[in-house]
Design a protein around this ligand. Structure first.
Ligand SMILES: *Cc1c(COP(=O)(O)O)cnc(C)c1O
Length: 428
């Protein structure tokens, strides 16, 4: 009696390895299909989101997810790391070239863990750190009480000025000289203007502080010269790789050579265990894409689109925080027309336009309600929309918000969104 190879595998219970997702798990397969359709039919204006290439998706879905590789290239705690070392070395080299950095660690699983690793490397519990106030545009991991960064450190926050809503560097300097923080953290999640990294370095030098620049949002702009780079100034630069950089959902840390050893030890074994090798492979692919002239055009168009959209939204009567934008994002004060951020987000979502509610500086609403929505152009620029479409988007937003989301307006705007999306499909 002889068994076919297939029958043998079935008898051994191994045939599941080769079965497709539709067959193995129709519920999840269907949710993925539904999400694909949602992304295709949605104008994605969440500033921190993007649409990655099929090449990045393929690397993320690769067999590297099976691999354990604690340690670093050439110094692993596991066998079989040959191909993994190739991938991680390529990712490191590309990251260094892309940012002009002395040292890169490509293992952080996320932006938050990148930041945690830098703190773990350089700070002790009880040290003072200085970061931008969350409600003025900073990030949770820059010292907010609900985050690890606000629990173990003494936190001093700097702000934007009330009159022009720009970072108050004079206040930053005065606070730095008064509190002598061990580290000054700059970079933001909701700030639409150029950040003066050189000035912050000068402040850090005067107060004897380390400087960390978190460019999670603007990394793509930085590598293409659309925003000044912090790399020459900051001791550490952290970023996500999935926002303007348009790679997998993950993190990256760059630093001066003098901190390389301490940093690598902080990422592993300090904060993380095994690296996500499939995600590192996808980061390498994204870095390669980011080194092309097309990526530079893409980033330049993001900024053009943001300026055009901010102007067009302002033309419909909404106040724009700080009066406009220099980067990929702007804050719209929807409460300037009597709508809360929360309501605006829901009304827009019902017409397939996604944004997120966001507090604006000196907000009078609670964070879960907020007076603003944050609007960004990285994702719509990826799918090919340009200035003429930005005007159309602003009109759609104003139409449905001015109508407070009434049914007729919602249907009309949803139709307009669908027409735009059909003209610019994402994954064919
Ligand atoms: C998005 C963001 C992060 C965190 O990234 P996660 O990958 O979500 O952990 C950190 N810092 C800033 C400034 C961000 O905008």
């Amino acid at each position: 009696m002889s068994m076919t190879k297939e029958a043998h595998r079935a008898a051994m219970g191994h045939e599941f390895l080769d079965r497709g997702l539709n067959e193995v798990d129709p519920e999840i397969a269907e949710a993925i299909q539904t999400e694909t359709i949602r992304q295709n039919d949605t104008l994605e204006l969440i500033a921190s989101e993007n649409h990655v290439s099929r090449a990045v998706l393929t690397a993320m879905g690769s067999v590297f997810t099976n691999k354990y590789a604690e340690g670093y290239p050439g110094k692993r705690y596991y066998g079989g790391c040959g191909p993994t070392d190739i991938v991680e070395n390529i990712a490191i080299e590309r990251a260094k070239r892309l940012f002009g950095a002395e040292h890169a660690n490509v293992q952080p699983h996320s932006g938050s863990q990148a930041n945690m690793s830098v703190y773990f490397a350089m700070l002790k519990p009880g040290d003072t750190i200085m970061g931008m106030d969350l409600s003025h545009g900073g990030h949770l991991t820059h010292g907010h009480p609900l985050s690890y960064s606000g629990r173990d450190f003494k936190v001093v926050a700097y702000h934007v000025r009330k009159d022009d809503e720009l970072i108050d560097y004079d206040e930053m300097e005065q606070l730095a000289l008064e509190h002598k923080p061990r580290m000054i953290i700059c970079g933001a999640s909701a700030y639409s203007r150029i950040i003066d990294f050189k000035r912050i370095r000068e402040i850090a030098d005067r107060s004897g502080s380390l400087m960390m620049a978190d460019i999670a949002h603007i990394a793509g702009l930085v590598v293409t010269g659309n925003h000044p780079s912090p790399v020459p100034h900051a001791d550490f630069v952290t970023t996500t790789t999935h926002k303007t950089l348009r790679g997998p959902r993950s993190g990256l840390i760059l630093c001066k050579e003098q901190y390389a050893k301490d940093l690598d030890r902080a990422v592993f074994p300090g904060v993380q265990g095994g690296p996500l090798v499939h995600i590192i492979a996808a980061k390498a692919v994204a870095f390669n894409e980011a080194l092309t002239p097309e990526f530079k055009e893409y980033q330049t168009q993001i900024v053009r689109n943001a300026k055009a959209l901010a102007q067009a939204v302002a033309d419909t009567g909404f106040r724009i925080v700080s009066g406009g934008t220099d980067n990929h994002v702007f804050m719209t004060d929807v409460f300037s027309k009597g709508i809360t951020g929360k309501d605006a987000q829901n009304i827009l979502e019902a017409s397939n336009i996604t944004v997120n509610k966001n507090t604006i500086p000196f907000d009078t609403q609670k964070p879960m309600v907020a007076s603003g929505v944050r609007i960004g152009t990285p994702a719509v620029t990826t799918r090919g929309l340009r200035e003429p479409e930005m005007k159309k988007i602003a009109q759609l937003i104003a139409r449905v918000l001015d109508a407070k989301g009434d049914a007729a307006a919602a249907i009309e705007v949803k139709k307009g969104v669908k027409e735009l999306c059909d003209q610019f499909p994402i994954y064919h």
